[in-house]
Design a protein around this ligand. Structure first.
Ligand SMILES: [Zn+2]
Ligand SMILES: [Zn+2]
Length: 278
């Protein structure tokens, strides 16, 4: 109990002191008491209670208040762990929406969502549906390499090296800049984009497989801690906070150990359910 109270205070202090951008990896698994467990099964990163990157656990873990404030969802790629409960979120919100939920993605990814998910078989095509006030879902396509606006954020997306079309992101609220690799194996463009920023406050980088599974990581478009060392060497900035995410639950313990052994200052595993602010 004491440990939990301390953790809450710590998160609060951080956001009061210099919080400009707040990010939480939404939990996707809960213990017997309903608390978030450390394992990440789905990907959904909530930013400032308004925007999410991906939507894996969007319908599972938003608070009631956040349900009413999140209207923008950026989809990096259409893998199920990144979109799993987006249809359920739209369904939940259907009658109460006063403006559409905007789904920001590349034209390529939007086409896949329409063809494979919102196709009237897997789930209704929400982009064609209205409640009595508004359309419930609106696609907002963006082009890789061109800055676009999502709520209060300026965002630039560039392709990364995954097995389906996927983008990594750099976003800023004007004060704080945060980057995310999304799902990728060894890649370059996102690091070039990061190097072009005046400064970067935090990086989310994927760490799916342990070092012993480097071959599988390569063919499935993911990274190991050893590969992360190589990727980070491409970055010129000194980034104070580097959060490893997308750790496959089966290897989490090994991954946390191997990430620690890299000895990279500021690098640690991102914890679901915890607010990080910069
Ligand atoms: Zn993926
Ligand atoms: Zn994934």
């Amino acid at each position: 109990m004491k440990a939990r109270v301390l953790e809450v205070c710590f998160a609060g202090e951080r956001s009061d002191k210099n919080g400009a951008v707040k990010i939480q990896l939404l939990p996707s698994t809960f213990d017997e008491a309903g608390r978030a467990t450390p394992e990440q099964r789905l990907s959904c990163y909530l930013i400032d209670d308004r925007v999410t990157i991906d939507a894996g656990s969007i319908a599972l873990a938003l608070t009631r208040t956040q349900h009413n404030t999140v209207r923008d969802v950026i989809i990096t790629h259409p893998h199920i762990d990144h979109i799993a409960t987006l249809p359920i979120f739209l369904d939940d919100m259907f009658t109460v929406l006063e403006e559409p939920v905007r789904v920001h993605a590349t034209a390529e990814v939007i086409e896949m969502l329409e063809r494979d998910v919102f196709n009237w078989t897997i789930y209704p095509r929400f982009s064609e549906l209205k409640n009595d006030k508004t359309r419930v879902m609106e696609y907002v396509p963006f082009r890789p390499g061109e800055e676009f606006t999502v709520a209060h954020l300026k965002v630039t997306a560039v392709p990364v090296n995954h097995i389906v079309p996927t983008v990594g992101l750099v976003l800023s609220d004007g004060k704080t800049t945060v980057a995310s690799s999304a799902d990728t194996t060894a890649t370059d463009e996102i690091w070039h984009l990061i190097n072009r920023q005046p400064s970067v406050d935090a990086l989310l980088i994927e760490a799916s497989f342990p070092n012993s599974m480097a071959q599988l990581a390569g063919v499935s478009g993911h990274l190991t801690p050893a590969m992360i060392r190589g990727e980070l060497s491409k970055i010129k900035h000194k980034i104070p906070d580097i959060l490893a995410m997308h750790l496959k639950p089966a290897y989490r313990q090994t991954l946390v150990k191997e990430l620690g052994e890299l000895g990279v200052p500021g690098l640690r595993a991102m914890e679901p359910g915890r607010d990080y602010s910069w």
